[in-house]
Every structure is written in C-alpha cells, then in structure tokens.
Design a protein around this ligand. Structure first.
Ligand code: G3H
Length: 532
C-alpha cells in the first residue's frame, strides 16, 4: 500500500506559505488583539521535517482564551440583547435580513480561502470542502426566503371571540453556539444564521479542529452586525462554556457534539427551565439489508453512507445488518467497492479516504478493531485498518456480535461492522435498545417487506431511508433525532422556529382598541406589530 505522506506533491493553489496566526477575537463589535497564550493548529497531513521525520503540518496558532474572555463575550452578547430591548432584537425583520445578506456577500468572497483551510485543517477532500461552502451559502439564502414567507404569513390580524391578535415570532435571548469539527462551517452556520436572523445575540466558540477557516470571515461578521450581536472566542470548551452557562445569562445552548458534554453543560445553568436546548448529538445509524435488495445499489449506498468523509458524519451508517442469505455476496461486493475508493491527501482529485484530524482517532479505531478481532471478528478487506500516522485505511469487520465495543460505540471513523441476521426482529431490537435514535436505512425491493418495518421504525428514529444512505440533507427536510441523538429540530424552516418563540399582541375588540390597532398598523410605529 502506498504511503500517502511520502513524496507529497502539493498543488500550487493549495500551498500555505507560512503558518497563520489568528491573534484577534471578536467581542463587542471589535476585533480585539489577544495577548495571552496561544495554541498551535496542526493539519492531519504529515510532511517531512529537515531531518526527514514525518510531522503534522503546522498551520498556525489560535488564542487560548480564559474564563475572563468568556465572560467578556457573554457580557457583550448580554448587553447587545439588553433583555430584549437592544437594537438587534427590536429591529425590523427586513433590516436584520439586510445584515445577513451583507454578510453572505462578503462571505462569498472568502470561498477559496475558507475551502483551503477546510481541506488542511480537517482533511476534507477538496470537492467536499467546496460543497460544504456552497451548501452553507444556499442555506443562508433559503433561510432568508423562508423568513420572508413566514413573516408575510404572520402579518395577518386574527379575530377570535372578540380578541384581535397578531402572532409573530420573537427572539429568545443570548445563544451559546458550539459546533463540531466534521462540518465546522456548515453546522456552525446552520445554528448561527437562524439564531441571528430571529433577533438573538450570540457567542460562538469553534470546534477543536476547523478553526482557522473562520479567520477570513471575522471581518465580515464584524462589519455586518451591530456591536455585540456576534461574539467569537477561542479556546477549550470547558474553560469557556462553563462560566458562560454558570452565569445563567444564556437562553439557548446550541451544540452539535456529544451527549456527555451536552449533559454536563446544561447542568451548569442555574435556571434550567430558562435554557432552551438545540442539540445534534451522536448516532449509530444502522443499515438493514434484506435478502431481496438490489445488491449493486445497496453496496454503493452502504459504502458511501459508511465511509464518506472517512465515516466522520453523525449520519454515517455505523453498523450494517445483512440477511444471512446474502451476507457472503454482499460482503464480497462491499469489499471490492471499498478497494475502488481512492485514498490519499485531501487535494487529490477524486479522493475519498483521507487523514483524520483527531490525533487520538487512529489509536481508537485500532483499539476497536483489536477488540472485535479478539472476540471473533475478522478484518475482511485487504489493508483494512492499516495505519500511516493520521491515516487509517478503512477496515470491514465481520462477523460482529453484541460483545464487541464496535456493536455499541459510535466509531465516527473508517471502520465498518457487518452483522448477519436471520430474523428481522434482531435488527429491530437493536434499534429499539440503542441509546440513539437518529436514522436508519432499509434496503429491499419489496413494498410488502418494507411496510411493517417503516411503521415500526418511524417510532424509533426520525428518518427512515429507503434504498438510500442516511443523511441530513436536503436542508429543507427536518434534521432531528430521538433519545441521545438530538433535542430540537433543524431544517431551514424548523430552525427559524427553534431559535424563536411565538409571541402575540392581543386587543379586546372595542372602539378604542380597534382605533389603536389601526393607527399602529397605518403609522408603522411598531417594529413588531405591523402590516407586513
Ligand atoms: O455530522 C452530521 C452532519 O449533519 C451530516 O450531514 O448527512 O449531509 O453529511 P450529511
């Protein structure tokens, strides 16, 4: 197997001349200079140093901020919200949309730079990095369209039992937003943009990896929003998020990450009922392959579902249940399809399998493999599990059983467990006993076989994919989960609701009130209560 870090050739457009030092953070509308400790940012791509030893590429540094910085950001967001009286939460929707549009325009200009950081920081293939950027721009545009539509509908004055009312959506307050490393741009903006456009103020702390890619956007954030509306700080989640939550001044915790941190963080808030949770957490989505499936299609979807971005997607297929009648044929084809995947560095054309950004991930993947082997599974593909520094060649494990760690743990990496089943009750029991409840994929050509499974599984997970991998998109569909997989629903449409609350202005209809209402609407003196 070729070593991907030997004789590395970096195309001109992807070269990074020298490490980039992110020395500012965004608070109170200012890009403030950070004078304290910094943390080095490394790429999962290894290169040889002067002594010929392979080392992770140094990309730059970021501030390692303290509790004081966290509270500075919190106060900035808190003051900008000003208990709902601030300029941003009381602004007309159309004016907030203008700010977001401005931001999106400035963001477009940073595409090449942001995409290149994505590729270097998290090893995401170039094409997928471009997709992540473009999908995010589209998400912003669709959010604006949806909000305009929603706002239009809400302009109606309702009349019930002598009460006249206009029902609109109002912001919730201060949002703390923590995003994941696998979609450091898209998942962040799927939280930040709806939170902002609905009138909330925000504190955002980037994930552990995928941080420098935000640097080209800092100025756009600073220039597009009133002071204190967007605050961006850098450092450890524990150091920064803990005091922010302990203050009790945060109204929404928006986190895409794992349930352990989500539990710990919400526990710090002194007034639990005031904290709205918007959480996207782990999953262990199964693929269930029935004997009558279209094998070619099933293999294609399962390979892509399990191994796109090296399996580092919350929606990845993380366990495959294949009927015993076809498991042999399926496994053969599955392994052959994996052999066709191109592996290498993220700038290589058509590459699928790339280095992993989490330094401890290769060890973890190898531990899972060793544990499964010890308990009776084999790695059934050539080179499966082979490691080169931060790179792990995908391993297919078969036959897997319930004693193995891989049976339950969310691997979030390039290892695919295959189990065989005789009775459909076996995978169904797996789903209902699982800690997670995000999605499932069913593979079969028979509507009769699928119907009872659909009816069973819609009450266990939140998306049943038929003859297709699990996925979040298109972003107009609800992205949600049960149990430890999610709290709240995200989609272009739902996120606007998730980050706001229905609020109404009501009048008992009589001569005086009817006149007040009609004056308010005619004079356009209220930003909330208005004709359109
Ligand atoms: O990691 C979770 C992502 O939201 C998955 O998105 O299914 O579009 O890759 P995706």
């Amino acid at each position: 197997m070729r070593n991907i870090f030997e004789n590395i050739h970096i195309p001109e457009k992807h070269k990074i001349d020298k490490p980039f030092n992110q020395h500012t953070y965004l608070v109170d509308g200012k890009l403030k200079e950070w004078k304290g400790e910094t943390t080095s940012v490394y790429s999962p791509v290894y290169q040889k140093d002067s002594k010929g030893k392979l080392q992770p590429t140094l990309l730059g540094t970021i501030p390692n901020q303290t509790q004081e910085s966290a509270l500075e950001a919190l106060n900035s967001a808190y003051q900008a919200y000003d208990k709902g009286r601030g300029e941003w939460p009381t602004m007309k929707v159309e004016e907030r949309i203008n700010c977001i549009e401005n931001f999106a325009k400035m963001m477009q200009e940073t595409r090449d730079e942001v995409v290149n950081w994505l590729l270097w920081e998290i090893g995401k293939p170039y094409e997928e990095s471009c997709n992540e950027f473009d999908r995010t721009i589209k998400y912003i545009e669709d959010t604006i369209l949806n909000l305009r539509e929603m706002d239009q509908k809400h302009s109606e004055i309702k009349n019930h039992d002598g009460i006249l009312a206009q029902v609109r959506r109002a912001p919730l307050g201060v949002v703390l937003c923590l995003s994941p490393y696998n979609y450091p741009l898209n998942e962040t903006f799927c939280l930040l943009i709806p939170a902002l456009i609905m009138g909330n103020t925000t504190i955002f702390k980037p994930a552990k990896y995928g941080i420098l890619l935000l640097s080209p956007l800092l100025e756009a954030f600073q220039k597009s929003f009133p002071k204190g509306v967007v605050n961006i700080i850098y450092g450890s989640g524990r150091t920064l998020a803990t005091p922010i939550l302990e203050s009790g001044k945060v109204d929404v915790l928006a986190l895409i990450g794992n349930s352990k941190s989500a539990n710990a963080l919400q526990g710090y808030h002194p007034k639990k009922n005031r904290l709205r949770l918007v959480l996207g957490l782990e999953a262990k989505n199964p693929g269930i392959v029935l004997p009558d499936c279209d094998l070619e299609l099933t293999v294609r979807e399962c390979v892509n579902g399990a191994l796109a971005f090296n399996g580092q997607r919350c929606t990845a297929l993380k366990i495959l249940f294949v009927h015993e009648d076809i498991v042999e044929e399926f496994s053969k084809k599955f392994v052959t399809a994996i052999e066709k995947l191109k592996y290498g560095n993220p700038w290589e054309e058509g590459v699928n399998i790339t280095p992993l950004p989490e330094p401890n991930k290769p060890d973890y993947i190898q531990e899972l493999i060793a544990d499964a082997e010890e308990k009776g599974a084999n790695v059934i593909n050539k080179n499966g599990g082979e490691r080169q520094e931060s790179f792990v060649y995908p391993a297919v494990l078969y036959p897997v059983n319930e004693k193995m760690r891989i049976y339950e743990e969310e691997q979030f990496g390039p290892v695919v467990p295959i189990l065989t089943f005789k009775d459909i009750q076996e995978p169904l029991d797996y789903v209902s006993e699982s800690k997670y409840g995000q999605q499932v994929s069913l593979f079969s050509k028979s509507s009769e076989a699928l119907a009872p499974l659909i009816d069973n599984l819609v009450n266990q997970v939140c998306r049943v994919n038929i003859n297709a991998k699990c996925q979040r998109g298109p972003d107009v569909f609800p992205f949600v989960g049960r149990k430890d997989s999610a709290v709240s629903t995200l989609s272009v449409y739902d996120a606007l609701r998730t980050f706001s609350i229905r609020t109404l202005v009501a009048f008992k209809s009589n001569e005086t009130n009817d006149k007040i209402l009609s004056d308010l609407l005619e004079n356009e003196s209220s930003n909330f209560l208005r004709k359109k």
